[in-house]
Write a protein that binds this ligand. Structure first.
Ligand code: MG
Length: 163
């Protein structure tokens, strides 16, 4: 039986005027655009959830929380992430560490990174030091560079308890 498993996740949401901006469970009240989605649209939580589910071999976020299900309309994605943690733990794993790269022009992420780490760590039941969030920009290239979307890449490592 494996001691460690690794998974990756990717998510992209269109940025829309007047939409609440929530990234990594942190609200950016001064940002004029926010990620469109069936839930609160937080692509950091979604990419991390897919990385964790992938590592555990449990499919993807759309399988567990379909966007056709009214239960998840406007859902707090931190809550979805903590449900994913429950699924992963029920399968006999615990979270080792996670790392996410957020590619977006807006908002400026750096000042909020410690708060994101705290929120995400709370949802995952780990220490903030086990959660990494990094922001980067599209440098004018592609849909991220034009400010049309926010894209997140994530990886997660799972461990067997006691390993
Ligand atoms: Mg998503």
């Amino acid at each position: 039986m494996s001691t460690f498993r690794i998974g990756q996740g990717w998510d992209r949401h269109r940025l829309v005027e007047g939409r609440r901006c929530v990234l990594g469970g942190v609200e950016f009240p001064d940002c004029p655009v926010g990620p469109l989605g069936h839930s609160d649209g937080d692509p950091v939580c979604h990419a991390l959830a897919d990385a964790l589910l992938g590592a555990a071999g449990l499919g993807d976020i759309g399988r567990h929380f379909p966007d056709t299900d009214p239960r998840w309309a406007g859902a707090d994605s931190l809550d979805l992430l903590s449900r994913v943690r429950d699924l992963v733990e029920a399968a006999g794993w615990r979270v080792g560490n996670v790392d996410a790269t957020v590619i977006t022009e807006r908002p400026l992420l750096a000042p909020a990174v410690p708060r994101m780490q705290g929120k995400l760590a709370g949802a995952l039941g780990v220490e903030p030091g086990q959660v990494s969030v990094k922001g980067t920009r599209g440098e004018g290239l592609g849909p991220e560079g034009r400010g049309e979307c926010v894209t997140v890449q994530a990886v997660a490592l799972l461990q067997r308890p006691g390993a």
